[in-house]
Design a protein. Structure first.
Length: 145
């Protein structure tokens, strides 16, 4: 059973959002709990799905500019009946966001890869999935926010 987050949980999540590598002792000092209590809360938040993973932000020398970002719009034959395509998309590590849409296309996939060639391979993998009728790919030229 999933619990409702209390203010301490929210505070821990906020601190981990700022720095996912923060030590339990550091978090404990910020939320006025023991290190062990913070560890137990984090484990519960992970178990309950409030925390579903950790990620990195690239810093100096390997900036976000070195990543190639693209949007792939996917149109399925069966208009999203079944979850086979979505399950396959979840398994692709370059896919950083996947949105089910209304309108002409069924799914919007945001890809972040190390090279144009890798984006092309991801596109090939998506296009080859059973049930995918068509795709449209756009490369991101710049981000405003």
């Amino acid at each position: 059973m999933k619990r409702i987050l209390d203010p301490l949980d929210e505070c821990i999540i906020a601190e981990l959002t700022r720095n996912a590598r923060a030590a339990h002792a550091e978090l404990a000092a910020k939320v006025n709990l023991s290190r062990n209590a913070v560890r137990q809360r984090i484990e519960r938040l992970e178990r309950d799905g409030a925390i579903q993973g950790y990620t990195i932000r690239l810093g100096e020398g390997r900036g976000a500019d070195t990543r190639i970002n693209a949007l792939i719009f996917v149109y399925r034959y069966d208009r999203m009946r079944g979850a086979d395509v979505l399950q396959a998309l979840r398994a692709m590590p370059e896919i950083i966001q996947c949105e089910v849409l209304s309108g002409e296309f069924d799914v919007l996939v945001r890809v972040s890869a190390a090279s144009v060639e890798r984006v092309h391979r991801v596109w090939n993998d998506i296009a080859a999935l059973p049930g995918v009728e068509n795709t449209v790919t756009s490369f991101v030229l710049s981000s405003v926010a």
